[in-house]
Ligand binder design. Sequence first.
Ligand code: PMP
Length: 297
Amino acid sequence: MQTYYSDDTTLFLNGEYVPAREAVTDLFGQTLHYGYGVFEGIRAYHTVHGTKIFQAQAHFDRLAESCRLMNIPLTYSSEELTQASYQVLKRNRLSNAYLRPLVFCSPNMSLTAPREVSVMITAWDWGKYFGNSSLRVCLSSYQRPNPKSIRVEAKTCGNYVNSILATSEAKALGYDEALMLDMKGHVAEGPGANFFLEKDGQLITPQTGHILPGITRRVVLEIANELDIPVEERPVSPQELEGADAAFFCGTAAEITPIESIDGKPFAKPWKKSVSRIIQEAYQALVLDKNYSYVIV
Ligand code: PMP
């Protein structure tokens, strides 16, 4: 089991930096009981220019947007939370790290919108989420939730019940990860990452509406645009998976993770020869604050 903190860990809690072992929460909060809270997953990298939090502003802006969509009051600005995050990294002497901001609700057992919340930011040392290998993925029996039931664009704690069920099912069946469809039967996303398909040198990704609009997904679209790699954002049918050349998951933690096969059917193109691999290299350069114009398409 991974350890997320030790006796020396300091975290940010409501404007103060406190030892993780002394930080406590009330047992009567809506987040614990009902999953009503929002969070972020952010990466910091040891770059040539020192420790850099990748897309910090975008992540904290999304945290604020998640709060707005969920009627959760948040009093900190993205700038303040970015500064606090750098402090957490510094105080814990972390550079390659995963940051976890969480906005959780104060005691309230009723089903009314929270009036008071707490904000915590913690960080831990972080290597690669999936390791270096490519993933054997299965189509999940779990669908992504109906956008009329929850706020799909918000990174809400309770939404991850769906993700945990899907990943657990995939692993129990001997796969590495799940790929979920949406309520219309179109390909949606992974439990914690967005999905891209490659066909004839072009990338295809499900459009927004039934997925978390990932920050990495947006960065991938920007890289593709810059490198003149065509991308389509549109509904993807599960039948299209079979004829594809390659596929990958992308996310803050997943970065760009190649998918080897779906339901045991491998993709035609070796990853090394795929356009997706070029995106992967460019993304790695970008998070490390390096120029990726050297990547030849
Ligand atoms: N979809 C889901 C369900 C996720 O949990 C994540 C991870 N936050 C993503 C997509 C990718 O989002 P991002 O690139 O912003 O990390």
